[in-house]
Design a protein. Structure first.
Length: 330
């Protein structure tokens, strides 16, 4: 029996282990993106160690893998940190093994880069070239400072046209916050809601109006997924199969389409610097500070836990004639 067991493929226990990882992640209501990322890193860790079961490995193997990512893979610091988080989750939450402090890992260096900020004229030109639903989302990003995923995950109930407010639910760090809805977008958002209602009514007729809710909410309010208020404001054109539940439903708008539209618009506007949806968030914060709004207000609108994160945008206030007079001009 021992010989028979030793000749079995090492992939089988790894596959069972990954099922345990997925179960542990879903029990804690982590996002599907986190699930995919963690499972991918754990697979790579197992392959790096010649398909040995992680329970047979220790801190030195984890340190060697993370060091390999930094030295050989030349990954960014954030990527290495994500890999470490995945392995810590595996050992602490799934295998229930405490790893001693990992002190000899070669850490990827995190470069201190300033965010790319477009001028007001560049933003105007870029947005003028944005079209369709992706274009509306791009305008919302610059007008509110939302993160890309926060914008595509907006629900109907989170939009208050009368007060011109948006409520961001479960933002980064699991926090809620309220931000303004630009007056210039009220008509466009109202039109979007009307079009969304027509699509929702059609989905109700076809029995496909169900929308994804976090597990705890779906259990507490079993009828909520089919109600109007919980529907996504921006949705995909076609129905798709939920990879976790297997339910055929309408997902939120694909964030990659927004990324492509912003990239295309930047090229059309002849903007030389790299521009992405997140660049619009950077520009939102910087332009507010330039206009004289206090940094605590900007911090609250952005949803930053610490004001030091928001402070990076003050770099534009310390350039050239804004704060320093060149000796040549004297």
């Amino acid at each position: 029996m021992e010989n028979g067991t030793s000749t079995e493929s090492p992939i089988r226990p790894a596959a069972k282990l990954l099922d345990q990882v997925r179960d542990a992640i879903r029990t804690r209501h982590y996002s599907i993106r986190t699930e995919d990322a963690y499972v991918n890193w754990i697979k790579r860790f197992i392959l790096f160690n010649n398909k040995q079961h992680p329970a047979k490995l220790d801190t030195t193997h984890v340190a060697a893998f993370l060091s390999h990512l930094a030295v050989e893979g030349k990954v960014a610091a954030s990527t290495q940190n994500q890999a470490l988080s995945a392995l810590l989750f595996l050992y602490q939450k799934v295998l229930e093994i405490e790893l001693p402090r990992i002190g000899d890992v070669v850490r990827a260096k995190k470069p201190q880069r300033l965010p790319t900020v477009l001028s007001r004229s560049e933003v105007r030109s870029l947005l003028d070239h944005c079209t369709g639903t992706a274009g509306l989302i791009a305008r919302l990003l610059y007008g509110t400072g939302l993160r890309l995923m926060e914008s595509v995950r907006l629900r109907i109930k989170d939009v208050d046209l009368a007060r011109a407010e948006l409520t961001v639910r479960d933002g980064k760090g699991g926090k809620d916050r309220v931000t303004m809805l630009p007056q210039s977008l009220l008509v466009a958002i109202e039109r979007q809601i009307a079009e969304r209602r027509m699509l929702y009514d059609a989905d109700v007729q076809s029995g496909t109006a169900d929308v994804w809710l976090p597990d705890a909410l779906a259990i507490k309010y079993p009828n909520a997924p089919k109600t109007w208020g919980w529907q996504y404001l921006f949705v995909a054109a076609n129905l798709s199969i939920d990879p976790r539940s297997g339910i055929r439903r309408r997902h939120h708008f694909n964030e990659k389409l927004v990324q492509r539209e912003v990239h295309r618009a930047a090229l059309a506007a002849a903007i030389v610097r790299p521009a992405s949806p997140h660049t619009l968030r950077h520009s939102f914060a910087t332009h507010l500070l330039e206009a004289g709004y206090d940094i605590r207000t900007v911090q609250e609108l952005l949803g930053h836990a610490d004001v030091s994160t928001t402070m990076i945008y003050t770099h534009v206030l310390n350039r050239g004639g804004r704060a320093v007079r060149s000796p040549l001009d004297g």
